[in-house]
Write a protein that binds this ligand. Sequence first.
Ligand code: NAD
Ligand code: ZN
Length: 380
Amino acid sequence: MEEIRVKLVRTVDESYPIVIGHGATACVSDLANRDGLASRRIAIITDTTVEKLAAGALAEDLRLTGRDVRVIAFPAGEKNKTRQTKEAIEDQLIAAGFGRDTLVIALGGGVVTDLAGFVAATYTRGVPYLSVSTTLLGAADASVGGKTAVDTPAATNLIGAFHQPVAVVIDLDRWLTLSDSQIREGLGETVKQACLADAEFFAALEDAFVTRGLTPAEFVRDDALTVLTARRNCEIKRDFVASDVHEGNRRMGLNLGHTIGRALESALGYTLSHGYCVAIGLALQARWGATFGYVSSGDVARLERLLGAIGLPYRLPEGVDVSRIMDAMWHDKKGTTNTIRFVFQRGVGDLMVFDCGRYARPVQESAIRAFLESQVAAGQ
Ligand SMILES: NC(=O)c1ccc[n+]([C@@H]2O[C@H](COP(=O)([O-])OP(=O)(O)OC[C@H]3O[C@@H](n4cnc5c(N)ncnc54)[C@H](O)[C@@H]3O)[C@@H](O)[C@H]2O)c1
Ligand SMILES: [Zn+2]
């Protein structure tokens, strides 16, 4: 036998800028000219809703600088974040003669940036993509971290790749056309980031929603608060991701509220949106954490008050089936382990760190079930 060793040690710099501001889309053509991107043909990948709101102006702006630009739009909605949509986009790129010199611009919410980012990750074995996020949820969560994916009937985000964008643009003017429930969804993820990393940011959100009683529509018109929200969300996510790019340990912290939240979302047949389920998951981990002494009852009350003031739920919906939540929780592990691990917050603005510096601790299935059943009973 002979064995030849192929030694490949990769050191890559995947740093990128995040530009945040009102009217920030105006920066896209400058960003698309940096770092050797200037000679690339541009494919703006978007959904049909955002196409009407923003694609035309962006394409015109880029064409003014002499760029060859094509807009490819797929029907809006999570149900279209599929391999089939990815294939259809790839076929359009091929038919239009796009090659290795492509720059993808993902223009939209998390569905678009996940899908277009994944197209970019594999098209001709990988082309650069620039992410232009148009939802609060996208700004809060989906645009930083380099996770790209599509859903399958078996599980969401099951097929995908880590592919970092060359730049992220968050145009706060885009939030003005979001519905109240879309804003609340993004705020659910925002409260999560504040809970796990920033007590001052949490207090600023309390001031806005509990003390001043802002509505979602008033929130998106508050310039200082929207800048703070986009900036802190991105910084918090960046800090976690940069320290743990491929989700070994610390990045798990970002799953705060998600173990129950995602399982609930699935148990309810996706009838309650992700951000709302995360809000419930957040409140549950805090109440559960209080029984272990991780969080005070005062902190639990603050969290419930903030979620309630935003208009987010913080209790399990009536009649929810705990067995279905448990099944979904196991399913969500995607076969990786035979234990369920939970992330818990420590007070407001910090995370519990367990043995050997781990951010998630294993919990017995019977203990999770008993806790969830106690919460169903308490909600009635
Ligand atoms: N990659 C990650 O790390 C990550 C993190 C969190 C969430 N996600 C993914 O993000 C997705 C959810 O994100 P989302 O809520 O932004 O979904 P989305 O992209 O489907 O946007 C929600 C809806 O809002 C519309 N829309 C987008 N921008 C708008 C605007 N400015 N005004 C009015 N309507 C607008 C869209 O057309 C869509 O109908 C999920 O697929 C989730 O898996 C990814
Ligand atoms: Zn989430």
